[in-house]
Design a protein around this ligand. Structure first.
Ligand code: NAD
Length: 265
């Protein structure tokens, strides 16, 4: 059974084949959705176009989410191309690399503003632009990380941005619920991608989580993709304003040390 037959999905945030958004696109395609892609900077076109071809995607547009005019233009083009859409995927974030190392207290005013603008405010702006294209309801999904709730070394201002993103999910879900639009976030465990490699010590983080998570491994893009599929299909019809963890269970731990290590002491 195909879960998204007849559905149209606009996906923001594919940079390359390692992107979480690409895992989501593949799951949606497999389940019959018609897709549109938007990428953030002109240099990505050569990477995104071949991926679009692979899934027979005809709508591929650049949109820098810091620019209101780019957002207006991409949604006008989406309206012309698709008429209506059913699903919006927001899988993007950014903070200057120097903010993702060292002490959080050193965060600059401009780094803080840029991280919050691209990583959190953009969800509000994209949802506002998408609402008129979803007159029959729909589903929005964004990507977050556990560093929003707990201190994770070097995640710094991105943790603050993800906290704002998760709060925005709840406010948007309350605003748009009456029109049948659901808004949810997926909190993924660490996955090796372009954005993740900007966090100092990311490889260490992967190893640490993989050793300690209840499932004793890390998660991958396909697992996030399948969760987005569930949330955005009718299987998720009763869920809105939620943060769903796809992290091999890491976030449930109060003392992240495998029991076998305790037994040795
Ligand atoms: P990625 O580098 O593949 O994707 C990040 C995307 O953000 C890129 O496509 C980039 O072009 C886009 N972007 C940055 N600035 C932009 C702008 N101004 N306008 C438009 N697009 C812009 O990395 P990813 O890990 O797939 O990241 C996707 C989402 O998943 C992000 O929100 C990230 O924080 C989140 N996430 C990642 C992990 C992880 O470990 N990789 C874990 C949890 C959450």
């Amino acid at each position: 059974m195909k879960l998204l037959e007849g559905k149209k999905a606009l996906i923001f945030g594919i940079a390359n084949k390692h992107s979480i958004a690409w895992g989501i696109a593949q799951a949606f395609h497999e389940h019959g959705a018609e897709l549109g892609f938007s990428y953030g900077i002109p240099q990505l076109e050569k990477r995104v176009e071949p991926l679009a071809e692979e899934l027979d995607v005809r709508f591929v547009e650049m949109c820098d989410v810091t620019k209101d005019e780019d957002i207006a233009a991409v949604f006008q083009k989406a309206a012309d191309h698709f008429g209506q859409i059913d699903i919006l995927v927001h899988s993007l974030a950014f903070a200057p690399q120097e903010e993702l190392a060292g002490r959080f207290v050193e965060t600059s005013r401009s780094g803080f503003a840029l991280a919050l603008d691209i990583s959190a405010y953009s969800l509000v702006a994209l949802v506002r632009a998408a609402e008129p294209l979803m007159p029959n309801g729909g589903s929005v999904v964004t990507m977050t990380y556990y560093g929003s709730e707990k201190v994770v070394p070097h995640y710094n201002v991105m943790g603050v941005a993800k906290a704002a993103l998760e709060a925005s999910v709840r406010y948007l879900a309350a605003d748009l619920g009456p029109t049948g639009i659901r808004v949810n976030a997926i909190s993924a465990g660490p996955i090796k991608t372009l954005a993740a490699s900007g966090v100092a010590g990311f490889r260490k983080m992967l190893g640490y989580v993989g050793e300690r998570a209840p499932l004793r491994r890390n998660v991958n893009q396909e697992e996030v993709g399948r969760t987005a599929l569930w949330l955005c299909s009718d299987l998720g019809s009763g869920i809105t304003g939620e943060v769903v963890y796809v992290d091999a269970g890491y976030h449930i731990l109060g003392m992240p040390e495998p029991p076998e290590k305790w037994e040795q002491t």
